[in-house]
Design a binder for this molecule. Structure first.
Ligand code: HEM
Length: 398
C-alpha cells in the first residue's frame, strides 16, 4: 500500500525520500499528494525518468497558472498581494514567447566567459573560508563553507555589495519558506525590504553603470527589445535566489554523501582528476533541486495511464528520475566514477554551479584529509520545503 498522507515538504521526508519515490515509480508513477502550498492545491508527482524528461518540455503544461486554469479555478486561488506581481515576471513563472525572450536576454549578459573569469576568485574564496575554519578544528560545513561560497560569488557577479550578502540570504530563506506557508501576508515585510533594496541598486546602476551583471541586465538588448523595469527586478531576484540556494545544497549534501561513503571519498582524494564525474554523480545522488518548479495542466493530460485534470499542479520529481533503474545502473549507489551520467539535475545555472562545486569539493577533500561528522547520523537535520533539498547544518571536524 502506498502511504497517501505523506508530507513531501517535511524535513523528515527530505532526509530520505528515495524509498517512497522507488515505490511510486514501480506502482503509481503519477501520484496525487496534498502539499501545504499557499494555493492549497492537489499536486501530481511525476516520478519516472522518461515522464519527468517529457514533462519538463511539455507545451501542454504552463508555468503561469493563468495560462492553464479556468476562471473558476483562478477565483479559488488564495489572494496574492499585488506587490508580489513584479516578481512574477521571472523566467520560472512564464511561458513560451515571454520565457524565450527573457532567456535570450539573460544569455547575452550571463555568458560562459563571465563565469570562467570567476574561477580564480572562487578558488581564493574557497581557500579563505577553509583558512578561517582550520585553526578551530571544526565548523558547520553549511554556514561556514557551503553557503558563503555561492552567496558571495553570485553577489559579486551581480554587483551586490558584500556587506549585504547575509541580509539577502536571510530574506531569501524567509521567502523560500513561503512555498509551504498558506499565509502570504507574513511575507509582506520581507518582500517589501528585498524589492526596495533591489530597486535602489537598479536605479544606482542606471545612473552609474559598473562592470557587473546588474548593469549588463539593465543595458541588455536584443534588437530593439529590452527588459522592462519589473523584468530586471524579477531577473535579479531569481538569479540571487537560484544562484545560491541551490549550490549550497550541492556542496553541503554532496559533502555529507562523501562522508557517508568513505570508499568514494577516498577514491576522490587519491584521484583528484575525477572531480568532474564526481560532481555530476553528487548532483544525481543528492539532488539539490528535488522537484522542478510548478507546472499546471492547460488541458486534461494523460501521463502513464493517469489523467491529470486541467488546471492542476504537476511536480516533476527530478530526485526520483535520477534514481530510475531504467536509466542508471545501481541507482542508489554513489559511484564518483560513473560514466554516461545523464542526470536531470539542472536548468540555466549549470556552468557556474559545476565550477563552484568542483573547486569547493576538490579543495575540501585535499585540505581536510581527516574530515568527519561531529554528530551522530540520526541527528542530521534537513530543511523542509517543496522544490529544494538540503541540510540545515552539517557539523564536522578535521
Ligand atoms: C546545484 C546547482 C543548481 C541546480 C541543481 C539547479 C537546478 C535547476 C533546475 C532543475 C531548473 C529548472 C527548473 C524548472 O524548469 O522548473 C533550474 C532553472 C534555473 N536555474 Fe538553476 N540550478 C542550480 C544553480 C543555479 C545557479 C547558480 C543559477 C544562477 C546563477 C541558476 C539559475 C537558474 C535560472 C535563471 C533558471 C530558470 C531557467 C529557465 O526557466 O529557463 N541555477 N535550475
Amino acid at each position: 500500500m502506498i502511504e497517501t498522507q505523506v508530507d513531501v515538504t517535511s524535513a523528515n521526508f527530505k532526509a530520505n525520500p528515495f524509498p517512497f519515490y522507488a515505490q511510486l515509480r514501480a506502482e503509481a508513477p503519477v501520484f496525487p499528494v496534498n502539499v501545504s502550498m499557499p494555493t492549497k492545491q492537489r499536486a501530481w508527482l511525476i516520478t519516472r525518468y522518461s515522464d519527468v524528461q517529457d514533462v519538463l518540455k511539455d507545451a501542454r503544461l504552463a508555468k503561469n497558472p493563468r495560462n492553464a486554469m479556468s476562471t473558476e479555478q483562478l477565483k479559488k486561488r488564495s489572494w496574492i498581494p499585488s506587490m508580489f506581481k513584479p516578481l512574477e515576471q521571472n523566467m520560472l513563472d512564464l511561458d513560451s514567447s515571454d520565457h524565450t525572450r527573457l532567456r535570450a536576454l539573460v544569455h547575452k549578459a550571463f555568458t560562459p566567459r563571465l563565469i570562467e573569469q570567476m574561477r580564480g576568485e572562487i578558488q581564493v574564496l574557497t581557500d579563505e573560508l577553509l583558512d578561517a575554519a582550520e585553526p578551530r578544528g571544526s565548523m558547520d560545513l553549511i554556514a561556514d563553507f557551503a553557503l558563503p561560497l555561492p552567496l558571495t560569488i553570485i553577489g559579486r557577479i551581480l554587483g551586490v555589495p558584500a556587506k549585504d550578502n547575509n541580509k539577502f540570504h536571510r530574506w531569501t530563506k524567509t521567502l523560500l519558506s513561503a512555498g509551504t506557508n498558506p499565509n502570504y501576508v507574513v511575507f509582506i515585510p520581507t518582500t517589501m525590504r528585498f524589492m526596495g533594496y533591489l530597486k535602489k541598486l537598479i536605479k544606482e546602476r542606471r545612473a552609474h553603470p559598473k562592470d557587473d551583471l546588474i548593469t549588463a541586465l539593465v543595458q541588455a538588448k536584443d534588437g530593439s527589445d529590452k527588459l522592462s523595469g519589473d523584468e530586471v527586478l524579477a531577473m535579479i531576484f531569481l538569479l540571487l535566489v537560484a544562484g545560491h540556494e541551490t549550490t549550497v545544497n550541492l556542496i553541503g549534501s554532496g559533502s555529507l554523501a562523501l562522508l557517508e561513503h568513505p570508499d568514494q571519498l577516498e577514491k576522490l582524494r587519491c584521484e583528484p582528476a575525477i572531480i568532474k564525474p564526481a560532481i555530476e554523480e553528487l548532483l544525481r545522488f543528492v539532488c539539490p533541486v528535488e522537484m522542478a518548479t510548478e507546472r499546471y495542466a492547460r488541458e486534461d493530460i494523460t501521463i502513464a495511464g493517469t489523467t491529470i485534470p486541467r488546471g492542476e499542479l504537476v511536480l516533476a520529481v527530478i530526485g526520483s528520475a535520477n534514481r530510475d533503474a531504467d536509466y542508471f545502473d545501481n541507482p542508489d549507489s554513489l559511484d564518483v566514477t560513473r560514466e554516461n551520467n545523464k542526470h536531470l539535475a539542472f536548468g540555466l545555472g549549470a556552468p557556474l554551479s559545476r565550477l563552484e562545486g568542483q573547486i569547493a569539493l576538490s579543495t575540501l577533500v585535499r585540505r581536510m584529509p581527516n574530515l568527519r561528522l561531529s554528530i551522530a547520523p540520526d541527528q542530521i537535520r534537513w530543511r523542509g520545503g517543496i522544490i529544494l533539498r538540503g541540510l540545515e547544518e552539517l557539523p564536522v571536524s578535521f
